[in-house]
Design a protein around this ligand. Sequence first.
Ligand code: UDP
Ligand code: MG
Length: 316
Amino acid sequence: MKEKLISLVIPMYCENQVARECYRQVKRVMVEHNIHHEILFINDGSTDETLPILEEIATEDQAVKVISFARNFGHQIAVTAGIAKAKGDAVVVIDADLQDPPELISDMIKLWQEGYHVVYGQRKKRKGETWFKLATAKYFYRFLKEMTDVDIPVDTGDFRLMDRKVVDVFNSMSEKNRFIRGMVSWVGFKQTALLYEREERFAGETKYPLKKMLKLASDGILSFSFKPIKWIEGTGVAIILVGFLMMLYSILVRLSHSYSSIPGWLWIVVLLSGIHLLALGVVGEYIVRIYDESRGRPLYTIEKEINMESDKDDKE
Ligand code: UDP
Ligand code: MG
């Protein structure tokens, strides 16, 4: 395995409690299996001691490269930056908190050597997560599968190995609102699952509060499905039909002189204005994304790079 280079991409946001242990464990796997490697840590604007710790590790180990963002850009963008800078023949994305067991990397590499272009970790069990996270994740992945034409596997996060061919296509995808697991499925090639049990976080708290989860979920749906728009249209047609029937009914009632008016108009008005605003909001979500794409801003800003080639050029 000496000749092929494997790049590990590890995003970190305020992970001072796990950074050293994460390095220790992934490094051990690399050394034990004699894997030629580079480790890219992306410091996603941490406000704690994550960066100094990574700097320390990088001075001791030249295989460790650090990309430090100028602020927090989010997990998906951090992973994107790591993949873009990776030099490997295959790239492995793994979380810093050791929920994805590093030992599995060698299994992923074996499957890659057998000819698969993407090996994604599929969770058969998740330990130490709240019932809320488990339930929302479970239903979200199944809902997403229903919604999209791209075959995005269920219970699958970003822990995966990608062949250089896939990485090159991925790097050419410039979209701003990124749902990486979906984008990699979209690329195609030979993909396979590696089943595993998701561990508890090694230390610290989740860096994915509800707000970030919702953003990721909406990116997943809106970037891979136009069904929300279709539903709005369907609802519109259904409401028009109902309205038409109500009109006929009210004419009949009026002609038969049994009532002077139909009771219950108020809730219908409230309901309809709610539906209208919701529809407007869904359309707006797509428009916001179009606007975001058209602005053409870079995906991230880098404050510092360590042990990267560009960094060496600067010093020379
Ligand atoms: N992360 C990041 N930027 C963020 C949030 C998270 O780089 O804004 C990293 C985090 O350090 C970790 C990975 O993304 O390596 C997954 O986050 P976390 O473990 O908190 O999510 P969870 O496993 O709870 O869904
Ligand atoms: Mg985690």
